[in-house]
Write a protein that binds this ligand. Structure first.
Ligand code: KG4
Ligand code: ZN
Length: 336
């Protein structure tokens, strides 16, 4: 089954052709219109998707050496995301599907991140997966391919948001995650004491806001400019605190659920320490730790096509009346 995947939930315009879990093309156009604003401007994002998407789709088809007649189905992100941006991809997918007489399927963006490592090597079920990005930090149990049970989530900031906000206080450009990662490699992770939030009750949820406030209070008292060695120690300590919270949750999840693998996806899955600690956790249990390569950690159409293929193979399609669900979570059923 050859599927065209379309991703327009935020500020990356993505289109990919995926055949039975194999990537034939995966094109992502990053929008540069937001650079001068230091964050994504929703209205500019939807307009840029309108301009970029047709070109990106054509480029994906050409790279995959595929004509539109050879596409068996179209998958597009239906949520969560920016409503105007989502609409561009969804209406494009519906138009194409209607014109070609093929099915379209709406895909949950977070679940698509979760399965992305499966595009590079088989991801055996059952598995435990975490999606940690600038917008999401969620933990899933996946008992069988294409069945997603969310078992934990951040109660406040996403992991990437914590990296970005604390990194900004340390004078790092947006997104600060990769910069902190680099600085942290030369610092001592136990140099500065930072809290790891423990939530009350029996939960796999997590929280980053206490850590963020504690880091802010410490960083505000630092001399300016912060000496290099101290900056390295601060970055290493912040990274360790964030990663400890994430990995402790993965550990808890692995104790509760049967798992033959563990996967971490989303932008933060590029983090050096998070990869090391997750790999260590998995090794202790004798299971593989799987991370998508950096290209698949960012938003892309291939993960959307792959996630959509589970539904399409089950014969599930999305009605043409369905539309964007900006706050879609795994508990909201997709339109049928
Ligand atoms: O998945 P993504 O590209 O975009 C969305 O948020 O959807 O994730 C971006 C996030 C940013 O917060 C960025 O700081 C973080 O991923 N990130 C990292 C690293 N690379 C990207 N955080 C920590 N260490 C990294 N190496
Ligand atoms: Zn994403």
């Amino acid at each position: 089954m050859r599927i065209l995947g379309i991703e327009t939930s935020c500020d990356d315009t993505g289109a990919a052709v995926v055949e039975d879990g194999r990537i034939l093309a995966n094109i992502v156009a990053a929008q540069d219109v937001h650079l001068e604003y230091g964050g994504v401007v929703p209205e500019l994002a939807s307009r840029a998707h309108i301009t970029l998407l047709p070109q990106v789709v054509l480029q994906a088809l050409a790279t995959a050496n595929t004509t539109i007649d050879q596409i068996d189905g179209v998958a597009a992100t239906i949520g969560p995301g920016l409503v105007g941006s989502l609409l561009v991809g969804i209406e494009f997918a519906k138009g194409l599907a209607l014109a070609r007489g093929i099915p379209w399927v709406g895909v949950n963006h977070v679940e698509a991140h979760l399965v992305s490592a499966g595009l590079e090597a088989p991801l055996e079920t059952p598995y435990i997966g975490m999606v940690a990005s600038g917008g999401h930090t969620e933990i899933y149990h996946v008992p069988e391919p294409g069945i997603f049970q969310r078992i934990g989530s951040t109660r406040d900031d996403a992991a990437g948001e914590a990296f970005d906000k604390i990194g900004k206080l340390l004078g790092q450009p947006y997104p600060a995650g990769p910069h902190l990662d680099k600085l942290a490699r030369e610092g001592k992770p136990d140099a500065i004491a930072l809290p790891r939030a423990k939530l009350k009750g029996d939960t796999l949820d997590l929280s980053m806001s206490g850590l963020k406030t504690a880091a802010k209070l410490i960083i505000e008292k630092e001399p300016r400019p912060i000496p290099d060695a101290r900056l390295h120690d601060l970055a290493a300590s912040v990274e360790k605190a964030i990663v400890d919270v994430l990995v402790e949750r993965l550990d808890q999840a692995l104790r509760r659920y049967e798992a033959r693998a563990v996967t971490v996806a989303g932008g933060c899955a590029c983090n050096t320490l998070l990869r090391e600690e997750t790999a260590r956790l998995a090794a202790a249990r004798g299971i593989p730790a799987r991370f998508p390569s950096p290209k698949l950690c960012r938003d892309n159409g291939a993960m959307i096509a792959h996630a959509g293929s589970f539904a399409l193979r089950r014969g599930e399609t999305t009605p043409f009346s369905a539309t964007a669900i900006a706050n879609l979570d795994s508990f909201s059923p997709l339109p049928v």
